[in-house]
Design a protein around this ligand. Structure first.
Ligand code: FES
Length: 94
């Protein structure tokens, strides 16, 4: 069992038993997280900032890296729909 904590604009905690995307973890926590393209790494609206537990998140893939580059995102920013958590982590929304 591990926890993904959402802070910032919308707050909540997802308690998970297996790897899950941050977008689905947000749903599990009842946290509102905009995802206009439906989780297909095309819009960037699901962007979050990693506050803790970056080592417990999946590596950035090509699609995520491309969108984050277009958005000129910081190194701690991730697309929630493309990032899977497998251990405790905290991310900020907004
Ligand atoms: S929901 Fe569109 S990039 Fe994540």
């Amino acid at each position: 069992m591990f926890k993904v904590t959402f802070t910032g604009k919308h707050e909540g905690i997802a308690e998970l038993e297996q790897e899950l995307s941050l977008l689905h973890a947000a749903r599990r926590a009842g946290v509102e997280l905009t995802h206009r393209c439906g989780g297909h790494a095309r819009c960037g609206t699901c962007r979050v900032t990693v506050e803790e537990g970056g080592a417990h998140l999946s590596e950035k893939g090509a699609a995520e890296t491309r969108i984050l580059g277009i958005l000129k995102a910081g190194s701690e920013e991730r697309l929630a729909c493309q990032t899977w958590a497998h251990g405790d982590a905290s991310v900020r929304i907004g």
